[in-house]
Design a protein around this ligand. Structure first.
Ligand code: BEZ
Length: 212
């Protein structure tokens, strides 16, 4: 196991899940993916997180993102827990939960941080692009449930900046102005950004979001 960094290929693996066996790269296909870990089944924060992700299905699908959760419990445990999630969170879990009983995937993705907990995973998030490269990693402690609105916001930024020569400023959200990357020469701006731009400073050039 070595630390995974942005731009690395997301390691492939085969695993049992609540929706059958998967080969991760084949399961991802040509689109975007999110892999996120949970400390354990039948725990309160995780229950709310998985319910929230299930409710966001339409948002992930719209962005061509497949979601896979992981915890170090087995398939039977996952299936029982999913019933609880559906009941208590008033939703239907419709994405696979990886059963990582032997910690194979957790080790591959460095999801167990022994100085935090020797056996349970932390709350890791990996966003993976269509090229299978890691685009984003975030790590939360077990005691803090993730903000999935933030995850959607980052995916919007990643998908925008993957296809346009822009970056997104602090607190940006879909529809806000974006910044033109420094590599773009002033003489190319008019052609690349027909909606116009404003030069606040020579290094800070702002333009309306190109893809809305
Ligand atoms: C939870 O999901 O609620 C949780 C799991 C492990 C430690 C603390 C909270």
């Amino acid at each position: 196991m070595s630390t995974l960094r942005l731009g690395d290929i997301a390691p492939n693996f085969t695993a049992k899940t609540s929706e059958g066996d998967i080969n991760f790269h084949e399961w991802l296909g040509e689109g975007w993916g999110i892999l996120f870990s949970h400390p354990a089944d039948y725990t309160p924060v995780c229950t709310t997180e998985l319910g929230t992700v299930a409710k966001y299905t339409e948002e992930f699908t719209k962005r061509n993102v497949k979601v896979a959760a992981l915890s170090v419990d087995g398939v039977d445990s996952h299936l029982g827990w999913i019933k609880d999630i559906n009941e208590t969170q008033n939703t239907t879990v419709n994405f696979p939960i990886i059963a990582d009983e032997d910690r194979k995937v957790s080790d591959l993705y460095d999801m167990i941080h022994p100085n935090a907990d020797t056996t349970l995973t932390v709350r890791s998030v990996f966003v993976i692009g269509p090229d299978k490269k890691i685009k984003l990693t975030i790590t939360y402690p077990a005691s803090t449930g993730r903000n999935f609105d933030e995850l959607l916001r980052v995916i919007d930024s990643l998908q925008l900046t993957a296809y346009h020569k822009v970056a997104t400023p602090a607190n940006w959200k879909h529809g806000d102005d974006v910044v033109i990357v420094p590599a773009v020469k002033n003489e190319d701006i008019a052609e690349l950004f027909p909606k116009g731009h404003k030069e606040v400073k020579p290094y800070l050039r702002v333009t309306p979001q190109p893809n809305v």
